[in-house]
Design a protein around this ligand. Structure first.
Ligand SMILES: [Zn+2]
Length: 121
């Protein structure tokens, strides 16, 4: 158990050491919505080895979305550009974060559900 804790701590430190290069890549703006609000490095794949591709600089609001907070479609428009990024943590992360948006848009909810499942498999 203590080991898990230690690993967690090491990872946090490792993320910290990536902070500078991620910040530079991001231009010190949120990589999803370009806000400058409480920027922090977000770990897109906590189970995989750390690399810059799976880290993104996110503002507080976007980190909440990444955590699964509900966002209304209006808000989510601000991260549309992120979907075109070639950085997985930005593009895939944002599309997952905004996945809930499709539910709101697709009037025949079932169809959207199917799409998402197919993409997964
Ligand atoms: Zn943001």
């Amino acid at each position: 158990m203590a080991k898990g804790f230690q690993e967690n701590k090491d990872r946090k430190e490792a993320i910290g050491s990536f902070g500078k290069s991620i910040g530079k890549r991001a231009g010190f703006k949120c990589e999803w919505c370009e806000s400058k609000d409480e920027l922090r490095v977000w770990d897109y794949q906590p189970d995989l080895e750390l690399e810059t591709d799976t880290l993104a600089l996110l503002c507080q609001r976007c980190r909440e979305w990444a955590d699964g907070r509900k966002a209304d479609p209006q808000e989510l428009r601000s991260i549309r550009n992120a979907l075109w990024s070639n950085i997985p943590a930005v593009a895939e992360g944002a599309s997952q974060g905004s996945g809930q948006m499709q539910r709101g848009f697709g009037q025949g909810g079932d169809r959207g559900e199917l799409h998402r499942r197919r993409r997964h498999g």
